[in-house]
Design a protein around this ligand. Sequence first.
Ligand code: PBG
Length: 307
Amino acid sequence: MRRLVRETHLEPSQFVLPLFVCPGEGIRKPISSMPGHAQLSVDQLVRECEEVHSLGVGGVILFGIPDTKDEEASEAYADDGITQRAIRAVKSALPELLVMTDVCNCEYTSHGHCGKVVGNQIDNDATLEWLAKSAVSHARAGADMVAPSDMMDGRVAAIRTALDFAGFENTPIFAYAAKFASVFYGPFREAAESTPQFGDRRSYQMDPANGREAMHEMELDLEEGADLLMVKPAMPYLDLIRMARDRFDVPIGAYQVSGEFSMIHAAAQNGWIELERAMLESLTSIRRAGASVILTYFAKDAARVLA
Ligand code: PBG
């Protein structure tokens, strides 16, 4: 009876699993704050993706952790960069698996900021060039979709133009459109080694207090050519997922970020909460709020439970 009248359903095909890829071979370096997750070398990443694919998960999003970082984020857009090598390996082993990439610079800059730093400011427009080059290099390596997460103004238009010019008219853009300057990214920054060395990201990421501004950011990204729009984090911003769903007729995604995942695990480890039920309830809430795509570190575990 409950199943018959249930309004919201979870499908593994709606989940996207974030994965961290690092240089080397045979490496699975556990991320202490994110149980079950590890930095993976390319060979291990391919094995992980085989499992993801066999569980019917909708796709993966790749984050690269480069060998060397510099002021210019050089490895972000190098054709033989870590992410580009990872895309090629995964797509050649598993052509059917949807591979998207996070387009950002913070994992690749020595200072850990998402943009080019001049003095103590972010140079928005100079950063657009790096982002456009990264997106094109990902598409050239075989990425099915690119997801810019930097929050520079004008990046969607810059990436769209560059992709089209390079012949990748069919590569869609999944814009991290409403991305907040959130404390819930803490564990990710350990995982991706991308903590800013000075200051914070508040000059480019959004103030958690501003919902109307989030709708404005989403409208701009749509006008610039975004194909899917994302709200990030997910659980503290369910109201904005709902607003976006009611307002825009493109697929709405939500990113259940590292801190959301780690909090549930930490509580479960203490015996304060039931892990499986908390996982399913959190994902169901995000779906109910209106997200049709969920980026989540629970993707594999949830797919197993739902099978
Ligand atoms: C890169 C990026 C971040 C996340 C996704 N892409 C970190 C940040 O903005 O500091 C966070 C994801 C998570 O916490 O799971 N800019």
